[in-house]
Design a protein around this ligand. Structure first.
Ligand SMILES: Nc1ncnc2c1ncn2[C@@H]1O[C@H](COP(=O)(O)OP(=O)(O)OP(=O)(O)O)[C@@H](O)[C@H]1O
Length: 321
């Protein structure tokens, strides 16, 4: 819940809602003989939560890595649209940036912020320090000088602190502000990671499985925070998720990957009813069930062998006594 009115906009884009923000246009990515992405096209709309879902190995993280510049697809283009802010505060001239050939830091400067599947925070630093590091792109003075309170760096730090405090408030991190990130529960660390990406004032927020490894209650909390980021801060989000049920309630649009191909792209209701999607997910579930069954059988066998060993050892001890 909001506790006060916010002064800073956390949204880095000035495009009107409903316009194309990110266009993924016929991208293909190969690793040697592995085709991780095959001719993928879809559009992310300004103001949307756009989920990309798919079973393990479908290509979701590869796609996110292409958008954020960690991977460069061999074919196709990814374009980001932006608008300058006019003097009267309304959106001005629009520009298109081709991301496909840019390095990650330039893509981040254009306002594309991301969180990672495995938490990538500084575990020895506090929540506040980690969030301040999320502001580095907007800082003229180094973070080190700011931490040392030197001259103009101090004024800069105060301005950035205001924004960071609003992120802390939005994500209800007040109780953890001064604690080292490494000492916090996993679910809170994931929230701090979301906060750090938000501190960039992103035009587009890329979240890579923000609910991975969480129990049902933690997943529900995280979904609530993502909705708050979207509704209260109006930030557009691309959300990668493995679990179809988690994203259906909060997404405006869903793209489904399977074996590197886009098998569906539509509203949650359209995607849920798509026979190809149902088959891909049922297939994956059946495979999971087969693996689980094999593991149970193996564990039973190991247990039987241990029991036989123990019985033999007891028999030997009895004989010696
Ligand atoms: N750096 C890499 N080198 C070689 N192969 C890779 C690399 N990254 C991904 N792949 C391969 O590309 C395919 C897609 O993997 P990716 O991690 O994108 O899938 P995913 O949908 O994110 O899976 P998960 O849900 O398990 O995270 C897989 O076959 C994977 O082994």
């Amino acid at each position: 819940m909001l506790t006060r009115a916010y002064q800073h906009s956390l949204r880095g884009s000035h495009l009107p809602a409903g316009q194309p923000l990110l266009e993924v246009d016929a991208i293909s990515l190969r690793f040697g003989g592995v085709k991780a992405l095959r001719d993928i096209s879809f559009t992310v709309t300004e103001g949307h939560i756009h989920a990309v879902i798919g079973p393990n190995g479908a290509g979701k993280s590869s796609l996110l890595n292409c958008i954020s510049g960690l991977y460069h697809p061999q074919e196709g283009q990814i374009r980001l649209h932006s608008a300058a802010l006019g003097a009267d505060g309304t959106p001005g001239e629009t520009r298109t940036h081709t991301l496909t050939s840019l390095p990650p830091y330039k893509i981040a400067r254009l306002g594309v912020a991301r969180s990672f599947q495995n938490i990538e925070l500084f575990h020895g630093l506090t929540v506040l320090e980690n969030l301040m590091l999320g502001r580095h792109i907007h800082m003229k003075h180094s973070v080190l000088k700011s931490m040392l309170w030197l001259g103009p760096a101090r004024r800069q730090e105060i301005a950035h602190r205001h924004l960071v405090e609003e992120v802390i408030d939005l994500l209800q991190l007040q109780a953890f502000r001064g604690k080292p990130v490494g000492s916090l529960a996993y679910g809170i660390q994931k929230r701090v990671e979301l906060g750090r990406a938000l501190c960039l004032q992103p035009a587009l927020l890329l979240l890579d499985e923000p609910m991975a490894g969480m129990n049902a209650e933690e997943k529900e909390d995280m979904a609530r925070y993502i909705l708050d980021v979207h509704e209260l801060a109006s930030v557009s989000v691309v959300l990668i998720e493995h679990d179809m049920n988690v994203v259906m309630d909060i997404s405006d649009r869903v793209s489904v990957l399977d074996f590197g191909a886009l098998i569906a792209d539509g509203t949650p209701d359209e995607v849920k009813a798509d026979p190809g999607v149902i088959e891909a997910y049922l297939g994956a579930e059946e495979e999971d069930a087969e693996v689980r069954e094999a593991v149970v059988k193996m564990e039973d066998q190991i247990e039987e062998e241990h029991a036989a060993d123990r019985a033999a050892a007891e028999g030997t001890e009895g004989g010696n006594g």
